[in-house]
Every structure is written in structure tokens, then in C-alpha cells.
Design a protein around this ligand. Structure first.
Ligand code: PFF
Ligand code: NA
Length: 458
């Protein structure tokens, strides 16, 4: 007997789906990762390539995932196999889901560490450590250094994030949290706009715009294309079954295209605004755009320390960053938990605790490599130390590979017919969409891979 947990409930509305999907999508990827990888990859050209990746790869794959969820109407671990069986295709396709579960696990292990930084910065803001800097960059840089250099602090704040997540997931207060987030996300957006306007007005606005929007392709390396592609997957929460999971609750009569585009657009706007909040400060204070993962935490606090009511605004800001990270963390936990519940027969509580413990142990690798322990900071072509490697391999290799399979699965393996068109609920553009999913999306992913390993002649 199959133990597939079928989903019979539906989102109360299209908006509920959009909010949940946006809650997962908008997170550290937008506020922390996008600005710093843009800086490491030369700015404008990277942004342009990234936008193309979202349009031609991200949105089509997101739509394909939502469709699989809607057709399968079950947990991500099962939906793909179920849809495959219904179309008489090998259910080996569900291994793609397994790869996604593994990638999700690895992503969580470093994502919780960065979410911990946000918690630490709530404390720094509320305790006055940020306002005490009085706009001096050196003080802010030192504050960051003392956090990242301390294994104890990193473990403390990471443990808080994992503890809260496990508590929320096992006590079913998710509903409550989701209601809180319904107000937090718009509030975060408004606050981000305020911070952005402030730093554009007081920092180097011209330099920031020049850097972000004037593409200079000589600054974009081959691997920069891959980073842009990988980030399109990462930032939209693709390939890990999350959109499949949410798609399973999609009410009939909802356009898969429209809802996916809204989610992708919201995500992109937040990322660009984060860039426009951070770079005016970066250029005004002589911070290197390629400063790396600390960029957000080394730049914005300078602006906060200059602002009227800065301590208060900084506290609010980092509380909201933490909430945005937390919604993403919660969604990331779902697939591994579902795996232990459905495939290993565990109860939800024990599966949640087990995942929490495993993630905590795995997070130590990133913590030690960030804090500079020599065994954890080895150099490889893919990055230096566990933190870099985990980030690079998951986002830039595992997610695009999963996405490629998803595109092939829906574009080529499933029979595309009137019923498919009906299920997507698209009034216009369905055949163009299928064309993109069949040819353009797989070709773009393949080309970027070949490009990155240097096989292409240019
Ligand atoms: N999309 C999230 C962000 O941009 O922060 C990160 C993420 C969440 C990635 C969930 C993958 C995922 F499945
Ligand atoms: Na995102």
C-alpha cells in the first residue's frame, strides 16, 4: 500500500499561495547574498545576466514545479513519482526530488548560520553597539569581525535559529507565525524602502547606480554566469520541492503563470532594493564591493549609526531580516521532514528534532570555516573552506541540475495537451511557455554549465 499523504485542502485564495511562496522566496538570498555576489562578480553585467536567468529559467521552472504539485496533490517527495506514474513514465523521476532534499539539507546548514548573524545584529542594534559607532566604518568592521571570528557566538546564534525553527515546526504554531509574517513582510518592504532612500540620499547614489545598472562585461567571468544562474534558483526557492509543496494546495482557477510571475517579481524587487540600500554606503565609505559574505553587515550598520532614531530602526530592520530568514528556513525544513515521515515512518515531532540535530551538527562545518579554523578553510577551485563549498555546490550545481531535470520532465516527458493547458490556467502564452521550457530553459542551463567548465570557445 502506498502511504502517500494526499492533499485535499486548498489555499483559501490565490493570495494565500502568493504569500506563502513569497515568504519562502524572500529571505537572506535577497538581502544578504544577492548584494555581495553582485559585488564579487562586477556589478551591472552580473545583474543583467541574473535578470535573464530569472526570466528564461527561474520563472519557467517555478511554473513547472507548481504544476507538478497541482497535478500530484501530495508532498514533494511523492508528487513527482505520482505524476510520472499517471503518465506511464518511470517513477525514477522522483530521484530528482531526492537530490533536492539533499541540497536543501546542505543549504540549511549554512543558511541557519547567516540567519544567526541577523539575530546577533538585533542584539547589537538594541544594545547600542551600532549607534555607538557614530558612522565610523572601522568600528562597524570590527563589530562584524568579532562576531564571525568567534566560534562561541556563531554557535550560540545558530542554535537560537535552529531551536526556534524546531519549536515552531513541531508545535504547529506555524499558522500563528504565518499570520505574523503576513504583516512582517510588507513591513520589511516599507522599512527597506526607507533605508534605501536614506542611503541613496546620504551615500554615493551615483556610484551605486553606475555599479549596478551599467553592464561592463569585461568584469564578468565565466563562472560569474554560473553564479547568476545558481542564484536565480536559490533566490526563488526552486528545485527543492518547495514550490511543488505549495502547488499542491493551489485552488482551481488560479493562473500558474500569473502567480509565479508575481512571486518572482516581488523577489527581484526586494533584491534590487537591497542592492540600492547597501551600495551607496559601500561606495561612500570605501568598502570593497567584493568584500564577500559580510557586505550587508559591514555596510548598512554604518548608515544606521548616522541616522536619526538609528538604533531603533536598525533593531526593527534586523528583526525583520530574521523573520524573512525564518520563513525561508521553515520552508527548507519541510522536505527533509517529509522524507523522514513518509519514507522512514517517523512521527513528525521526532523527524523534526532529528533534522534539527543533523542540521546543527552540519552547521558546525560552516561555523568553523567562517571563524578561520585551519582544517575548515582549505582552498579548492570551487571556493575556500566548507562554507564557500557548500554554498557554491548547492546553489550553482545541485539546484540547476535539479531544475534542468524538472524542465525536461514537464516539457518533454509529460504529455502536453489540452488538459495540461487547462491545468496551467493560462489564457495567453501557453505554447510560448512550453517552447521556452522545452528548448530555451534547458539550453540556457546547459550552456552556462559548459561555459563555466571552459568547454565553449569564447
Ligand atoms: N529563497 C530563499 C532566499 O532567497 O533567501 C532561500 C531558499 C529558501 C532557498 C528555500 C531554497 C529554498 F528551498
Ligand atoms: Na529570494
Amino acid at each position: 500500500m502506498s502511504t502517500t499523504t494526499s492533499v485535499s485542502s486548498r489555499w483559501s485564495s490565490k493570495l494565500a499561495f502568493i504569500l506563502a511562496a513569497t515568504g519562502s522566496a524572500v529571505g537572506l538570498g535577497n538581502l544578504w547574498k544577492f548584494p555581495y555576489i553582485m559585488g564579487q562578480n562586477g556589478g551591472g553585467a552580473f545583474v543583467l545576466v541574473y535578470l535573464f536567468c530569472v526570466l528564461l529559467v527561474g520563472i519557467p521552472v517555478m511554473m513547472a514545479e507548481v504544476y507538478i504539485g497541482k497535478e500530484g496533490r501530495s508532498s514533494p517527495a511523492h508528487a513527482m513519482g505520482k505524476v510520472a506514474r499517471e503518465h506511464n513514465i518511470s517513477s525514477n523521476w522522483s530521484y530528482n526530488g531526492a537530490l533536492g532534499v539533499l541540497a536543501g539539507f546542505l543549504i540549511l546548514s549554512f543558511y541557519v548560520v547567516i540567519a544567526g548573524w541577523a539575530v546577533a545584529y538585533i542584539y547589537y542594534s538594541a544594545s547600542g553597539a551600532i549607534t555607538a559607532a557614530n558612522g565610523q566604518s572601522a568600528v562597524i568592521q570590527h563589530l562584524f569581525g568579532s562576531l564571525v571570528g568567534s566560534v562561541d557566538k556563531l554557535i550560540l546564534f545558530t542554535t537560537i535559529i535552529i531551536g526556534v525553527s524546531v519549536y515552531v515546526l513541531s508545535h504547529g504554531v506555524k499558522q500563528g507565525l504565518e499570520i505574523a509574517i503576513r504583516y512582517m513582510m510588507p513591513a520589511l518592504f516599507i522599512l527597506l524602502v526607507i533605508v534605501m532612500l536614506y542611503s541613496c540620499a546620504t551615500g554615493d547614489f551615483h556610484g551605486a547606480v553606475q555599479f549596478m545598472f551599467y553592464p561592463d562585461f569585461s568584469k564578468l567571468s565565466f563562472s560569474g554566469f554560473l553564479v547568476a544562474l545558481g542564484h536565480a534558483f536559490f533566490t526563488l526557492s526552486l528545485s527543492l520541492g518547495i514550490m511543488i509543496m505549495y502547488g499542491a494546495y493551489l485552488p482551481e482557477g488560479t493562473s500558474i503563470a500569473k502567480t509565479s510571475i508575481i512571486v518572482a517579481l516581488a523577489d527581484t524587487v526586494v533584491a534590487l532594493f537591497a542592492g540600492l540600500a547597501i551600495y551607496p554606503v559601500v561606495f561612500a565609505h570605501g568598502i570593497a564591493p567584493g568584500a564577500g559574505p559580510g557586505l550587508l553587515f559591514k555596510s548598512l550598520p554604518i548608515a544606521f549609526s548616522n541616522m536619526p532614531l538609528g538604533g531603533f530602526i536598525a533593531t526593527l530592520f534586523f528583526v525583520m531580516v530574521t523573520f524573512a530568514a525564518l520563513t525561508s528556513v521553515l520552508s527548507l525544513f519541510e522536505a527533509p521532514i517529509a522524507y523522514f515521515v513518509e519514507r522512514r515512518g517517523m512521527t513528525r515531532i521526532s523527524a523534526t528534532i532529528l533534522c534539527g540535530v543533523l542540521i546543527w551538527l552540519l552547521s558546525l562545518l560552516s561555523i568553523f570555516s567562517l571563524a578561520g579554523a585551519s582544517w575548515a578553510t582549505f582552498k579548492t577551485p570551487l571556493g575556500n573552506g566548507f562554507f564557500d563549498i557548500l554554498d557554491y555546490v548547492t546553489a550553482n550545481i545541485m539546484l540547476p541540475v535539479c531544475g534542468l531535470f524538472t524542465a525536461i520532465f514537464v516539457g518533454w516527458k509529460l504529455k502536453v495537451n489540452k488538459r495540461t493547458a487547462k491545468s496551467f490556467e493560462m489564457k495567453v502564452g501557453f505554447s510560448q511557455y512550453i517552447f521556452c521550457l522545452r528548448y530555451i530553459t534547458p539550453a540556457a542551463i546547459t550552456l552556462v554549465f559548459l561555459n563555466a567548465i571552459g568547454v565553449l570557445p569564447w
